[in-house]
Design a protein around this ligand. Structure first.
Ligand code: ADE
Ligand code: ZN
Length: 323
């Protein structure tokens, strides 16, 4: 088998703002006259030591303030797609956080059309098919999420699903029941971050209240045997992000990541990069890292790759072409 970095795979948990590399951040800051608090790329990289999810989010939101124009979003997405393609990614389902830009006066149109410029030519240029997932910031209000869904209505042909991200603890899934019902009624598919830092109860409620078909992270679901039974029975995909979990200290070390045991328990796990610029690696790097740290065999790596295509929002023909 080829090196796991290059194994054909789909990436299902990737925040486009989390692919902003320090060099591009400074280039865009200069172009848009945005002043960053760090002096240069070296000082910025040194700040990539996180105590938890919130300490990462503080830097993540600050740095993305350099994104202003359609060209900025296009360049960001194109750079990610080139890197992803070089690591075996054949299909990418890409989160974006519109509220984090709209508070700065950037319109939904600028964000979606800018990203679409890169996504629309991605198959031809990079050999990567794509989907967009609009994510609501769970530390903002449910009303704000509903307004965001409203603002996205002219662009629904470009958005496959809605998601839920940002600070998890204290912002449970049920806060967003109504907006998820509205999104489903518009024909959007449903995913949500749950069980990254939050308890298994948040995963239960993502399933039972929000009715998601895929759980982003879902790591802490493994603490609850009844929940594991449910996830296995219904074959609910979990989009795990091992390097992210280490950097945000939800696991102590990669060697102690439960991925291998989760696969053995019958869970439909996938491996993804989350915010690769911040967490030390793209999709293939995550595959490579878990192979080494957990001594995964070829069959487990192949299962992870197979799961990623099966869990993707692709129809059967598209799935066959992407594999
Ligand atoms: N936004 C970007 N990355 C995130 C993560 N790992 N968890 C929650 N929200 C995020
Ligand atoms: Zn995430």
């Amino acid at each position: 088998m080829s090196h796991p970095t290059h194994l054909p795979k789909a990436e299902l948990h990737l925040h486009i703002e989390g692919t902003l590399e320090p060099e591009l951040a400074f280039a865009l800051a200069s172009r848009n006259a945005v002043v960053l608090t760090h002096a240069d790329t070296e000082a910025l990289r040194k700040a990539y030591l996180f105590a938890d999810l919130q300490s990462f989010l503080d830097l993540y939101y600050e740095l993305m303030s350099v994104l202003r124009t359609e060209e900025d979003f296009e360049e960001l997405a194109d750079a990610y797609l080139a890197r992803a393609a070089a690591q075996g990614v054949r299909h990418a389902e890409i989160f974006f956080d519109p509220q984090a830009h709209m508070v700065r006066g950037v319109s939904m149109e600028t964000i979606v059309m800018g990203l679409s410029r890169a996504l629309d030519r991605s198959e031809a240029r990079h050999g990567v098919s794509t989907r967009l997932i609009m994510s609501f910031l769970r530390d903002l209000s449910a009303e704000s999420a509903m307004e965001t869904l409203e603002a996205a209505k002219p662009y629904l042909d470009r958005i496959v699903a809605v998601g839920l991200d940002s600070a998890e603890v204290g912002n449970p899934p049920e806060k967003f029941r109504e907006v998820y019902e509205s999104a489903a009624a518009l024909g959007l598919r449903l995913v949500a971050h749950a069980g990254e830092e939050g308890p298994p109860e948040y995963v239960w409620n993502a399933l039972d209240v929000l009715r998601v078909e895929r759980v982003d992270h879902g790591l802490r679901a493994f603490e609850d045997p009844k929940l594991v039974e449910r996830l296995v029975r219904d074959r609910i995909p979990l989009t795990l992000c091992p390097l992210s979990n280490v950097r945000l200290r939800t696991v102590d070390t990669l060697e102690r990541h439960p991925l291998r045991e989760m696969l053995a328990a019958g869970l439909m796990c996938t491996v993804n990069s989350d915010d690769p610029s911040y967490f030390g690696g793209y999709a293939g790097d995550n595959f490579h890292a878990v192979q080494g740290a957990l001594d995964l065999g070829h069959e487990e790596l192949r299962e992870l790759a197979r799961n990623s295509f099966e869990a993707a929002f692709l129809d059967d023909d598209e799935e066959r072409r992407a594999r």
